[in-house]
Design a protein around this ligand. Structure first.
Ligand SMILES: Nc1ncnc2c1ncn2[C@@H]1O[C@H](COP(=O)(O)OP(=O)(O)OP(=O)(O)O)[C@@H](O)[C@H]1O
Ligand SMILES: C[C@@](O)(CCOP(=O)(O)OP(=O)(O)O)CC(=O)O
Length: 240
């Protein structure tokens, strides 16, 4: 469906020169050190109709209440992120809307760490690229992301941005986790990001995993209102 994050792998447009003393000797010969592997993804933002207010765990970003959001059309509000890995990159770096930003914050570091942990072997026979699972710990990434709407202006760019970052890094590193797991990682970037991994109407449960309740295109607004009231009833029955 059009609401889900999209991805593609593409060849690099230009190759940076290899470093003189690559620390990745075990992994790459001089010829191999020329390569850049990239993946691109796009994720929509989401707006809460029942909001998430407050955290019971600040580091893991676990909320004090359930929330429900509607996923917006990615043509109107989305983040598009390209991630690239190369033995030529000496450190992880990121550019947001064309301007370099620091990746040193705990939220970015959590997402990078959790995705790297789950990385798997990647092989591109045609280009002679072979990355072993354990190589991903040493291999650095460059990330470039653009939002097609104002950043940090109350429209949940962090939701689209972290969902897109986690999803796209996962594609690059051949991560084979389900959406629930990716959502839990995106949540550590920004709480509301866990809902942007899905499409349609999404309920983020207080627990660790959020999940898709129902896809928007299957509903009309009248039915949606009915659906919300049923959801709330159902939850309060569960709470009792
Ligand atoms: N495309 C992106 N990729 C990665 N991170 C992003 C992206 N866009 C925004 N961010 C991160 O989210 C931060 C902005 O989040 P912030 O919560 O301040 O604003 P918002 O999410 O746009 O608005 P609000 O939370 O009020 O709805 C940025 O400083 C950056 O760290
Ligand atoms: C108020 C909200 O609209 C957004 C605030 O959540 P964020 O996800 O931006 O906050 P952090 O988890 O601290 O990154 C509530 C919602 O449910 O979207």
């Amino acid at each position: 469906g059009g609401y889900f994050p999209r991805e593609s792998r593409s060849p690099p447009s230009s190759l940076p020169p290899p470093p003189r003393n690559s620390r990745l000797n075990s992994m790459a010969t001089e010829a191999q050190a020329q390569w850049v592997l990239t993946a691109t993804g796009r994720s929509p933002t989401n707006i809460a109709v029942i909001k998430y207010w407050g955290k019971r765990d600040e580091a893991l970003i676990l909320p004090v209440n359930d929330s429900i959001s509607v996923t917006l059309d990615p043509d109107h509000l989305s983040a598009t992120t390209t991630v690239a890995a190369s033995p030529a990159f000496p450190s992880d770096r990121m550019w947001l809307n064309g301007k370099e930003i620091a990746l040193s914050g705990g939220r970015f570091q959590s997402c990078l760490r959790e995705i790297r942990k789950r990385a798997r072997d990647v092989e591109d026979e045609k280009r002679g690229i072979k990355i072993k699972k354990e190589d991903w710990e040493k291999l650095h990434v460059h990330i470039a992301s653009y939002n097609n709407f104002p950043t940090a202006a109350g429209l949940a760019s962090s939701a689209a941005g972290f969902a897109c970052l986690v999803f796209t890094l996962g594609k690059l590193m051949n991560v084979n986790e389900d959406y629930g797991e990716l959502s839990s990682i995106a949540r550590q970037g920004s709480g509301s990001a866990c809902r942007s991994i899905y499409g349609g109407f999404v309920k983020w449960c207080m627990g660790k995993v959020s999940y898709l309740l129902v896809k928007a295109e299957k509903l009309n607004w009248l039915k949606c209102m009915f659906f919300y009231s049923k959801t709330i009833e159902f939850d309060s029955i569960l709470v009792e």
